[in-house]
Design a binder for this molecule. Structure first.
Ligand SMILES: Cc1cc2nc3c(=O)[nH]c(=O)nc-3n(C[C@H](O)[C@H](O)[C@H](O)COP(=O)(O)O)c2cc1C
Length: 664
């Protein structure tokens, strides 16, 4: 073998080869050609191997330098081996099986397979194998061409990975948007207000169920239409157009725009409109959400309420009484003109302020004991009506100012359905009071004036009676006794009148002496047993309870009740008197089995000058002040008086008095 000169590149002619190699024969030229080819293959950048297919397991018979560089193996470690050693332990690759089949079939194949260098690092091998056949077409060898495509593959993989990730993100976002969309749709659908979504050109993109229900229209006649063309163009209002068209460019929402219109299918309605911009992230367009609330019912209610309020105010103002409405806290929420006038007069003369917004209960609390002695009573009464303890409260009270002596009647009534509010009215009763006072003065004066002549008359009659009795002139003594009895009756009436006038003047003299109540009861009962022998008057009272008070006045009360019992029950019917001692008081009751009293009269029986005046109810002449005097006496002694009665079965009048200590 001779030296082959270095090939300088370019295409080779036959002469070139002869010159280069020094060959001078045909054989030499061929040999040189082969050598040249070897060198060319060796200097190729791709790895190249040739396997011998006629030997078992396709051993490598040729490798080029690029292959050695690529794999890190030496020629000795490779020649004679099958190329599978490049796969290391990674033997389950699809490409391996494809290679096996191609080799068996003597076919060419292009695959990408993961191979491992001698140092264990991997690379992606872009492998091309092609069969080499002899002149009979028999595959004698295989040609293999390897290229390291790791970088490209990794770039591809990275690209693939990123693409996959992008697809994943798009997928997730789509789901998210779908969910958001469904979520929003469900919210929009559950909102009872009618909602419309408009695009920038005021075309309806969508509307909710409430919209279709409210306006009784179909999606087909709404969606995609210009808002201003809907219905009978009722939304085509210049002011509304201006507001709507400013929303997107100026990011300027609007609130509570009121529209009253005649809407097709539903008639005249008042709608409240609210609109704002909504951002659509998908296509970077902004839309308008228009909310429409039908406030017709509310409007009507408001108008009705205003009308009612005006009516109430007019009624209130027409009253001469001072009327105020208090809420459940006692704050004045409404007053009439009369109240305002009075409050103004009052505020200039005193510190009291009773205008709307002020708490009336606080005002009463502050005036406690100042100007008005009745303020605490009034306060208590109002509070009781407020909490439902009593259905109504009234109180007469004086209001003395430097200019005038006035009298008022305070009336407190609950405000129905207001949970604690009340109406407070002060009625000016000065005139009535003056008349009453004059009447009281008159009664007092008349009673006093009558008392003296009656006493003289009684003395004269008694004197005459004694004289004629001595002379035995019975025809004169009998009429004189009748006159005496009438004078006695008259004296009793005058006494009652005097008591009444004393009560008015607050001068019903009451002694404060302790006495055993049962002893007094027994005395009175015994007297009555003597006067009315035909009556069985039973007495129960095994108590030594002591009452501190006016013994004569209590005796007067019991006498009055017994007199009534006798008067209003049939001759011969029994009367039961009982004294019962309880924790800190005694109860005395007088029971008859007479005509009884209807329940509707019970409450008024103790009023002064009150008498039952039913035509079919048996009554007896009198002033109707007996029970009134009884009530006044018992009240002044710190007790109570009441009646229980069933018509036709009889009555029980009872009174209770506080007990002092026991006299054992
Ligand atoms: C010419 C030629 C070159 C080859 N080059 C490679 C190679 O670079 N890398 C590789 O993994 N396999 C290569 N192979 C394939 C393996 O040698 C073997 O045929 C394959 O792994 C299938 O057979 P097996 O299943 O018996 O291993 C080549 C095969 C031929 C014929």
């Amino acid at each position: 073998m001779h030296e082959v000169p270095e090939w300088q590149g370019g295409s080779l002619s036959r002469e070139d080869i002869i010159n280069l190699t020094g060959a001078n024969s045909q054989t030499n030229i061929l040999e040189e050609n082969v050598r040249l080819m070897h060198r060319a293959i060796d200097s190729a950048r791709n790895g190249i191997i040739i396997t011998d297919h006629q030997q078992p397991d396709d051993p490598i018979i040729y490798v080029n330098q690029a292959f050695l560089n690529l794999t890190g193996y030496s020629k000795d470690e490779i020649i004679g081996r099958n190329c599978r050693f490049l796969q290391g332990q990674d033997r389950e690759q699809e490409a391996r099986f494809q290679l096996k089949h191609a080799i068996q079939a003597g076919e060419s194949l292009h695959v990408q397979i993961k191979n491992y260098r001698k140092d264990g690092t991997f690379f992606w091998n872009d492998l091309l194998i092609s069969p080499i056949t002899d002149e009979h077409g028999t595959v004698t060898h295989f040609f293999g061409n390897q290229l390291d495509i790791t970088e490209r593959k990794e770039a591809e993989d990275q690209l693939q990975h990123e693409k996959h990730q992008l697809e994943q993100r798009v997928h997730e976002r789509t789901i998210q948007l779908q969910e958001t969309n469904e979520y929003l749709t469900s919210i929009v659908e559950t909102i009872r207000e009618a909602l419309v979504i408009l695009d920038g050109t005021m075309h309806v993109l969508a509307a909710n169920e409430a919209f279709y229900r409210t306006f009784q229209v179909q999606p087909a006649e709404t969606e995609g239409k210009l808002l201003y063309d809907l219905g009978n163009r009722q939304w085509n209002i210049p002011a509304l157009r201006e507001l709507l068209e400013r929303i997107l460019p100026e990011h300027n929402p609007f609130e509570d725009f009121e529209v009253t219109h005649n809407f097709p299918s539903i008639g005249t309605r008042t709608m409240l409109l609210n609109a704002r911009q909504i951002k659509h992230q998908e296509n970077y367009q902004d839309y308008i959400l228009l909310a429409i609330e039908d406030i017709s019912a509310r409007k009507t209610a408001e108008t009705d309420s205003m009308r009612n309020q005006a009516l109430t105010q007019a009624v209130l103002n027409s009253l001469s009484a001072h009327v105020a409405v208090l809420d459940k806290e006692g704050v004045i929420v409404e007053v009439n003109e009369a109240w305002k006038r009075f409050a103004l007069e009052q505020s200039s003369s005193s510190e009291q302020n009773t205008f709307a917004g002020q708490n009336y209960l606080r005002v009463l609390e502050q005036s406690r004991g100042e100007q008005s002695e009745e303020a605490p009573q009034a306060l208590r009464g109002i509070q009781q009506v407020m909490c439902g303890e009593r259905p109504f409260f009234s109180l007469e009270y004086p209001c003395f100012t430097p200019q005038d002596n006035l009298w008022f009647l305070l009336q407190v009534t609950p405000l129905k359905g207001d949970g604690g509010g009340v109406v407070v009215a002060h009625v000016d009763i000065t005139e009535r009071k003056r008349v009453e006072l004059r009447k009281d003065d008159f009664i007092s004066m008349a009673a006093h004036e009558l008392k003296t002549p009656l006493t003289s008359m009684k003395l004269f009659v008694q004197g005459l009676s004694k004289r004629f009795e001595k002379e035995g002139q019975r025809d004169v003594t009998v009429p004189l006794q009748r006159v005496d009895a009438q004078i006695e009756k008259l004296t009793r009436l005058v006494k009652e009148l005097l008591d009444v006038s004393r009560i008015y003047a607050g001068k019903l003299l009451i002694e404060q002496q302790p006495f055993v109540i049962a002893e007094l009861e027994a005395e009175v009962v015994n007297t009555f047993r003597m006067i009315t022998p035909d009556r069985t008057i039973t007495f129960q009272g095994d108590t030594s309870a002591v009452v501190v008070g006016d013994r004569d006045r209590v005796s007067q009360v019991l006498t009055n009740l017994l007199t009534n019992a006798v008067k209003y029950s049939p001759d011969g019917s029994p009367i039961m008197v009982a004294v019962k001692e309880q924790a800190d008081h005694v109860t005395i009751s007088v029971q008859d089995f007479g005509i009884g009293i209807e329940p509707r009269y019970h409450a008024r029986l103790f009023d002064r000058f009150y008498q039952v005046t039913e035509p079919n109810v048996q009554t007896y002449p009198g002033l109707g002040v007996g029970l009134y005097i009884c009530q006044q006496i018992i009240t002044q002694l710190g007790g109570k008086i009441w009646v229980e009665s069933v018509q036709g079965e009889g009555s029980t009048f009872s009174f209770s008095l506080p007990t002092s200590h026991k006299d054992k």
